[in-house]
Design a protein around this ligand. Sequence first.
Ligand code: AHR
Length: 321
Amino acid sequence: AFLACFLLCCCQGKEGKRYVIGVSQCSEDIWRDKLNEELKTATFPEDEVSLQFASADDNDTLQIRQIEQFIKEGVDLLVISPNQAHAITPVVNKAMRKGIPVILFDRRTDGAYTAFIGANNVEIGRQMGDFVARQTGHRGSVVEIMGLKGSSPAADRHRGFMQSIAKYPGIKLVSLQGDWTKASGKRAILDLKRRQGADFCATIDYVFAQNDRMAMGALEAGVLGKRTKLCGVDALPGPEGGMRLVADSVLSASYIYPTRGDLVLKLALNILKHRPYSKENLLQSALVTPDKAPLMRMQADEMNMQQQRIQDLHKKLDLFF
Ligand code: AHR
């Protein structure tokens, strides 16, 4: 009985409050799966938080409808990763007008919001540009594959990358449009081959894809030369993640795009409980190269194991009740 009482107190929180948080994800992919898992495990033990997830499958209309539904249900707070900034702005503004606090994470809109949490994507682009410039000896043929048009990380990473590359007139840059999916990375390179020919593709020195999945799609196209190197962004841990691809030298580099669902939830609770919080919350990230990847992967695996242990505990608690 004591244990039951203790666990009940832990799950209900000190004030016995229950908050409903609507999480609107723009799409489904392994980066977002990791973030969703972190959000779920971070709910324990301080407060009882009910998380309602909706995934828009890269579709603006669907995401708007899902956010409208959350507003109608009267959730206490919204956590939103907007698919395309411009399209999602009005519905986020609407939630704000209705008094529902909105945390934007990873991607931004053009309008009002309560707080933003995510990495500095301009800086990521800039650092990847510097890295590619160093690796090519500041000359050569470089291809950039951008993420979904109109999504803020795509625009920001491109801006940062251009700022670096523009310093080196010896680098010839071609920027291609992708949409964050692996298939779009493959498509972009095959389109390039159709337009510029096989020889052009075989002599590309570097491909910077704005995420690791698109980099792998570009590789899968099978038209890049032996000397072509690839780098991406995300550097996720786990068997399919970019961290392993860098450790195995499939990619020359990646950049950790932090998820940190625990901090997203902490920010949400600070807002809900009227505690002090910052409007802009920039998460730390880092360049991953093959020399650093094995150690970073070990650390990431350890963190994953810890998270798994927390998830297992959650499952046991659910069973208990
Ligand atoms: O919004 C940015 C991108 O979204 C990540 O880098 C990507 O992999 C995710 O799908």
